[in-house]
Structures are given as structure tokens and as C-alpha cells.
Design a protein around this ligand. Structure first.
Ligand code: EPU
Length: 417
């Protein structure tokens, strides 16, 4: 396992190119199971989670070819309907195969993901939705077994707007008989990206990006050639690094329209942000003002940016209240940040952050993907050396992060433990 060593203090400057979005790539690669023939996906990020989903698709019978950031997948060979514990345990997003498997094979047996570092993360809403489409569901020996004579369109109301739940149900309904209406659907840009791909494949889906999505079932879909949208969380993480290090960074190949809440909060703390089509120019201010944050489903402030903002607030002027409303246990980075000198008090789902003049480098352990990114950010601004251990979490979701930071002038290296 590798660790990342960061020597803090550099003010980051230069250009950084954002990779394709992990959370768009995963469902889109899975959507290849819905058609026969070769799909071509460009701008696919080279990430551990992407490798895991390709492995799962291969196991299910798809053909997969990778050439740099281009991935070709032919879902025509789909023959297996089972995703094992080992595959799902490695990556919860494996649950996304449930919808396509039931749509095409009329059955699926997928390991229940179980809880993870950031919360219980049940899949009850995915399963309730599939039941509404006419599937029967059984939970046995840690697996969910789904079978159907044929899915039928229906009205589905989500008690909570769920991102992968919405994606799973869209992919289940796309070949169903009749019309499905999803209410209180998630509105994230990654859902819009998936629906754009499905419509290009011949689906008939309206309303993506709003809370009501209508899916008219079609007989079959055809393969497509598409590019994966830029990763708004990676872009946001680099924007925070500019604010934090009083740097001057141009973020290339990003989609500013997906980043409204993050851009708004960065401006409030004094960061100068200029948007030029797919570029964002970010200049950090000498003094970071504090601001309150509440994580919410899109277009609210993303939970996937909460840990990174907490680092900013740790060295801001004054007090900041950060409340996490999406996941119940997403403050695991707090104890590590406190070891670096941050002044943070947790009360329920809120954290009160009192800005300190300086963080101090320390050995820290990364416990989930975005927490890992926050520890790297803390290391960039801290005095002295920070060693971030267990960086495999980081490799799940950030492509070549240490190379990108290094090109911006950070003193950062990866070494085997
Ligand atoms: N929930 C339920 N029941 C369900 C589904 C969800 O109670 O059946 C709850 C969850 O426990 C959570 C809330 O609903 O409290 C929202 O969870 P959601 O289902 O939207 O999360 P997800 O689909 O599992 C995706 C991203 C996450 C991101 C969240 C929220 C992917 C592959 N993952 O997860 O990304 O944090 O949406 O935006 O798209 C990450 O990239 O680091 C990451 C964790």
C-alpha cells in the first residue's frame, strides 16, 4: 500500500486538467449491458473504481477493451446475472448492475453492499422501486435475488432522493413495458449524463435534472459513442486548493454550470473566481473568511465537497458551522484534522470549526475517498510534513492526484509503505 508525503507551504500556481467524472462513468459503463454491440466511451478516468466496474462487466459476459482514456464495451455477451460479495464489497456502485440485469435477463443476484465508512447506505429504495416495476425481491444469505416475468412501467416515489437508486431504476425501466414516472428523483448532473447516453441509445426519457423523470419503455437500444462529463468534485477539490494555498490556478476541461454551490461558497470566503466557458480561474485571497455549509442533494452543496471545505474553514477567520445532512457518518476526517491542529467540535450532524492560524503536518490515515482528499489539502497548507496513509481510497476517485498537485508546484510524492 502507498502513502503520500506532502511538504506544506507552497502557493499553487498553473493549469490543471480535470478528468472524466467517476460517478458519471460508473453508471454509463454499466449502461452498455442494455444493448448488443460495441459502445465507445472517451474521457474515462483511470481509477480503481472504473477498473472494478470493468472487471464486473467482463465477469457478467461483456467484452471490454481499454486504450488510454477510451473504453469500448460490448454488452451483447451478457450471460451471468450474479455480482458476488467480493465485487460489491470492493465498490458499492456495483449495485448499479441490478437494474440492467433485471431489464435484460429478467433476474439478478447481487450481494447486499452493507454499510461503509460514511454511513449505513441501504438500498431499500432501489428494491422498492424494482418491486413497483413488477419484480419479486428476496433477501437470502446476504444477497438480493430479483426476478420478473417482465418489468412493467409504474409510478415510483423515492422517500429520499437517491443518486444510484434513480440511475438503477432508470436503467431497469428503459426496456420495460409501458411508462414509468420517477418522483422525487435525484437531480445530479451525473443522472442527466446517463440519461443523455440512454436517449442517444434510443431510449425515450424526459425530465432528467428535475425531480420528475418519465421513462417510456422501448423494445431495444443500440450502442453509442460518447464522452464522459468532467468531474465536478475533482474540479472543486482543486479550486479549494487554490483558495487554501492563496494560489492562482486555472482549472481546465471542467463544467462550471455543475458547480454553482461550490463556486458561490468560494466567492463568499473571498476567493476570486472567473469563469470562461469550460475554464475556471481561481485566485485565493490572503485572508479566508468563514462561511457556514450545509450539504444537500444537487443543486445544494455536495456532500462530496464537505471534507475539503472543512479544511478551508479550519484555517479561516472566525467560526463556521458545517452540517452534513446526506450521510450520517461523514465526519471521519475530523479526528485526523484535529491531530493536525484544527479546532473542530462535533455535535450530532454538525461540526463547529474555529479557524486557527496554522495547521501542523502529522501522520494521518485516510478513511474514505473524500476524507483522503481533505487530508492531502490539509497537508498542502500545513507547516512541515504530512504523511497520508492508506491512500488506496484516493485512487478510487482521483486520477493522478499527486502528479496534478506536483505540476501546480506542490511538494508531494507517493512512496510505497
Ligand atoms: N438511501 C437510503 N436508501 C436507499 C438509497 C439511499 O436510505 O435505497 C440514503 C443514503 O443512505 C443516503 C442518502 O439516501 O443517506 C443519499 O444517498 P444516495 O443513494 O444518493 O448515494 P449513492 O447513490 O450511494 C452517490 C455517489 C456518492 C455521493 C452520493 C450523494 C456514486 C457512485 N456515488 O452515492 O459519491 O456521495 O451519491 O451525492 O454516484 C463519492 O464519490 O465519494 C461518493 C460517495
Amino acid at each position: 500500500m502507498d502513502k503520500i508525503i506532502v511538504e506544506g507551504g507552497a502557493s499553487l500556481e498553473g493549469e490543471v486538467k480535470i478528468s472524466g467524472a467517476k460517478n458519471a462513468a460508473l453508471p454509463i459503463l454499466v449502461s452498455s449491458l442494455l444493448a448488443d454491440g460495441w459502445n465507445t466511451y472517451s474521457n474515462v478516468p483511470d481509477l480503481k473504481d472504473v477498473k472494478s466496474i470493468k472487471q464486473l462487466l467482463l465477469y457478467l459476459g461483456a467484452k471490454v477493451e481499454t486504450d488510454g482514456s477510451t473504453v469500448r464495451i460490448d454488452g451483447g455477451g451478457l450471460c451471468k446475472s450474479e455480482a458476488s460479495y467480493d465485487l460489491v464489497r470492493k465498490m458499492r456502485a456495483s449495485i448499479l448492475v441490478l437494474g440492467p440485469l433485471v431489464a435484460r435477463l429478467k433476474k439478478a443476484k447481487v450481494s447486499l453492499p452493507g454499510g461503509c465508512a460514511i454511513g449505513a447506505r441501504p438500498i431499500n429504495l432501489h428494491l422498492k422501486g424494482l418491486a413497483r416495476l413488477g419484480a419479486s425481491i428476496e433477501l437470502k444469505h446476504g444477497y438480493v435475488e430479483v426476478s420478473t416475468e417482465g418489468l412493467r412501467g409504474s409510478e415510483i416515489y423515492f422517500d429520499i432522493a437517491t443518486v444510484t437508486g434513480t440511475e438503477n431504476l432508470i436503467m431497469a425501466a428503459v426496456l420495460a413495458d409501458g411508462v414509468t414516472v420517477l418522483r422525487n428523483a435525484a437531480c445530479e448532473p451525473e443522472i442527466v449524463a446517463l440519461v443523455d447516453v440512454l436517449n442517444k441509445m434510443g431510449a425515450d426519457i424526459h425530465g432528467a435534472g428535475t425531480s420528475v423523470i418519465t421513462i417510456k419503455g422501448v423494445q431495444s437500444l443500440r450502442p453509442v459513442s460518447v464522452s464522459i462529463i468532467p468531474d465536478r468534485i475533482e474540479a472543486g477539490t482543486f479550486m479549494v486548493s487554490a483558495a487554501l494555498t492563496r494560489g492562482n490556478i486555472t482549472i481546465l476541461n471542467c463544467e462550471p454550470t455543475h458547480m454553482g454551490a461550490v463556486i458561490h461558497k468560494l466567492r463568499l470566503i473571498g476567493t476570486d473566481i472567473k469563469i470562461d466557458d469550460k475554464k475556471i480561474h481561481v485566485v485565493g485571497s490572503d485572508e479566508i473568511e468563514s462561511v457556514d455549509i450545509k450539504t444537500l442533494p444537487y443543486p445544494g452543496f455536495p456532500t462530496d465537497m464537505q471534507a475539503q471545505f472543512m479544511v478551508l474553514m479550519s484555517v479561516a477567520k472566525g467560526l463556521s458551522n458545517i452540517s452534513e445532512t446526506v450521510f450520517e457518518n461523514r465526519f471521519i476526517h475530523v479526528s485526523e484534522l484535529k491531530r493536525m491542529g484544527a479546532d473542530i467540535t462535533i455535535s450530532g450532524n454538525s461540526a463547529m470549526v474555529k479557524g486557527v492560524p496554522m495547521l501542523l503536518g502529522a501522520p494521518v490515515i485516510a478513511t474514505d475517498l473524500r476524507a483522503s482528499a481533505s487530508l492531502i489539502l490539509a497537508g498542502l497548507v500545513a507547516k512541515g510534513k504530512t504523511e497520508v496513509h492508506r491512500v488506496y481510497h484516493l485512487d478510487r476517485g482521483y486520477e493522478a492526484i499527486e502528479k496534478k498537485f506536483s505540476q501546480l508546484g506542490a511538494s508531494i510524492k507517493r512512496v510505497p509503505e
